[in-house]
Design a protein around this ligand. Structure first.
Ligand code: T5A
Length: 215
């Protein structure tokens, strides 16, 4: 953990490449917590508040010129700063659990490993404008071709980042796995290749184990 970050035990994040199945797993985690009587806020990045969702539209819109890596990074962090201040921290402070589909690890993987931006610069932004890190991060790991096939199945036009080449997504995948090795205390790497019900059950068991360890 970079110095200056506060661990938030009730913040859970889901990470992974395109089409890994994060939205599907998020619903299973939320249902498990709700069944146990917890308040749950489920959210996503980029986005999660009206202003942050506007920034998301800018980031993913393929119709304008390509964003420079720095522009992309700073917009991700602008969206995250708003999300943390307006949505995540208030929910955590009132005792809710927060499950976020992507968080800062995505910036390390996509803008760091994928686009080649300096990790120390990203860590500095993380300290200055985010200030928190999740207690538990589930990384859904899936081969690039498999993820593309699943994402295609949704029948949506690819957004600006989804149009990147496979080499970019290989670097992103490597970046996530490196983060998981470096922050092994909070990461659980889950094989996302089995059918959705099996992946969801594995994720729910990881959450159950985490909560038992917390108690
Ligand atoms: N980004 C984001 C950055 O570059 N830096 C950052 O800091 C942040 C926060 C976000 C983009 O922004 C980038 C990363 C992304 O490129 P997004 O639309 O949120 O854009 O992109 P994704 O997070 O990749 O969303 P996806 O919808 O593609 O992926 P999910 O949520 O992982 O996948 P999901 O659950 O929607 O599933 C995809 C399809 O597969 C099926 C589902 O039913 C669905 O049709 N599916 C399965 N099929 C078979 N077996 C399973 N196990 C399945 N699980 C799901």
């Amino acid at each position: 953990m970079p110095a200056g970050l506060t661990i938030e035990p009730r913040l859970i994040t889901l990470e992974g490449g395109e089409g890994a199945g994060k939205s599907t797993v998020l619903a299973a985690l939320r249902d498990a917590l709700l069944a146990d009587g917890c308040e749950v806020v489920s959210t996503r990045e980029p986005g999660g508040t009206p202003l942050a969702e506007r920034i998301r539209e800018l980031l993913l819109d393929p119709s304008h010129e390509a964003a420079s890596p720095e522009t992309e990074l700073l917009l991700m962090f602008a969206s995250r700063a708003q999300h943390v201040a307006e949505r995540i921290l208030p929910a955590l402070r009132r005792g809710a659990w927060v499950i976020s589909d992507r968080f800062t690890d995505s910036s390390h993987a996509y803008q760091g490993a994928g686009r080649g931006l300096d990790g120390a610069f990203i860590e500095d932004l993380e300290r200055r404008v985010v200030g928190i890190e999740p207690g538990l991060t589930l990384l859904l790991d899936l081969g690039i071709a498999h993820g593309r096939e699943r994402a295609r199945g949704r029948d949506l036009l690819p957004d600006r980042i989804e149009r990147e080449r496979d080499e970019f997504f290989e670097r992103v995948r490597g970046g996530f796995l490196a983060r998981a090795a470096e922050h092994s205390g909070r990461f659980r790497v889950i094989d996302a290749s089995p059918v959705a019900s099996v992946v969801a059950a594995t994720a729910v068991s990881a959450l159950t184990q985490y909560r038992e360890d917390m108690a």
